[in-house]
Design a protein around this ligand. Structure first.
Ligand code: HPA
Ligand code: ZN
Length: 350
């Protein structure tokens, strides 16, 4: 049965966006730590928090830019001490992902946030990997872990982190670059990314969230990334947009994050429609859902509600892009595409 997007009225879009299968490609697992779990783990581990209650912590989530968020995000992660804590955090994410019809998740973790506090690399990776394994068994969700280097720290520290992680090489597929973007260009990590590529690791990097188009270009040229995380500022450079479209270079866009961190004033101002119109392989993701007001389905539903030019055709395109941009084989992609087709047929016959 062929798809006719015009047979899907706007009022059926929210249900379709929620039910359609999708891949999540930009999710920091530490950013899925809900205030309730932060308090529970703080109590379990005897960690003192500078907030009196869950509500007081939530009230502090009023960010003015990336750095104002990162300060609170790193403080929240300080309650993670034992392997069970990392498992519990990731398991809570997978429960939400299953409810949102996520069929595949590629998950960032920030080992330096933990190893700098004396937590062993094994504790972090084994806790997360155990949750990934169980999510596949219980929910049928496949997943990959991506180790992120913190760009506000040195390249030497990144090399150290890589060294510590290599005994667990089978548990992660690639490396990324996150944390404070401005003043920390991708080329600062040229050598460690080159080493990672030699080791067969896939590479991605945050670029063009707060930083200029030149950071996206150096992520491509110097770090040789397979995806750009965020990338929304590419629109400031016509030649870069042309290049990204020509190369089908995926952008993992995070609309609610962008609004919370003041990259765009409101969702109605977001440039996602322009990115898609320019032929870019953009995807929708949740970034740090516990901090930014919603998981992947909330990102989809709120973004489509705010932007009237986004309809069933774009919903299809975004889901297909998420499969295309994922680090899986063609067979898996085509199985997900069939499921997507079924969800759309169901929506078109009401
Ligand atoms: N940008 C950069 N670093 C991050 C983010 C982000 O949105 N979330 C967690 N670490
Ligand atoms: Zn991010």
């Amino acid at each position: 049965m062929t798809l006719d997007f015009s047979r899907i009225p706007r009022d059926r879009l929210p249900a379709l966006l929620r039910a359609m299968p999708k891949a999540e490609l930009h999710l920091h697992i530490e950013g899925s730590l809900e205030p309730e779990l932060i308090f529970k783990l703080a109590q379990r581990n005897g960690v003192a928090l500078p907030y009196a209650s869950v509500d007081a912590l939530r009230a502090a989530y009023a960010f003015t830019d990336l750095q104002s968020f990162l300060d609170i995000y790193y403080a929240g992660a300080s309650v993670l001490i034992k392997e069970q804590d990392f498992f519990d955090m990731a398991w809570a994410y997978f429960e939400r992902a299953a409810a949102d019809h996520v069929v595949h998740a590629e998950i960032f973790f920030d080992p330096q946030t933990h190893t700098e506090r004396g937590v062993a690399m094994a504790t972090v990776i084994e806790g997360l990997a155990h949750a990934c394994h169980r999510a596949h068994a219980e929910f049928g969700i496949s997943s990959h872990l991506i180790l992120c280097f913190l760009r506000h720290l040195s390249e030497e520290a990144a090399f150290d982190t890589l060294e510590q992680a290599l005994p667990y090489r089978n548990h992660f597929v690639g490396v990324g670059l996150d944390s404070s973007e401005r003043g920390h260009p991708p080329e600062n990590f040229a050598r460690v990314f080159a080493r990672c590529r030699e080791l067969g690791l896939l590479t991605v990097a945050h670029a063009g969230e707060e930083g200029p188009p030149a950071y996206i270009e150096s992520a491509l040229d110097v770090l040789q990334v397979k995806r750009i995380d965020h990338g929304v500022r590419c629109m400031q450079s016509t030649s870069l947009v042309k290049r990204l479209a020509h190369e089908r270079m995926p952008l993992t866009v995070c609309p609610l994050s962008n609004v919370k961190l003041c990259v765009f004033k409101t969702l109605a101002d977001h440039n996602l429609p322009a990115l898609l119109d320019a032929g870019l392989c953009a995807t929708i993701n949740s970034d740090d859902p516990a901090y930014f007001g919603g998981y992947i389905n909330e990102n989809f539903v709120q973004t489509f509600a705010a932007l009237p030019t986004l309809g069933a055709r774009q919903a299809w395109e975004l889901a297909m892009n998420s499969f295309e941009a994922s680090f899986v084989d063609e067979g898996q992609r085509s199985r997900w595409s069939k499921k997507l087709h079924e969800a759309f047929i169901e929506a078109s016959i009401g």
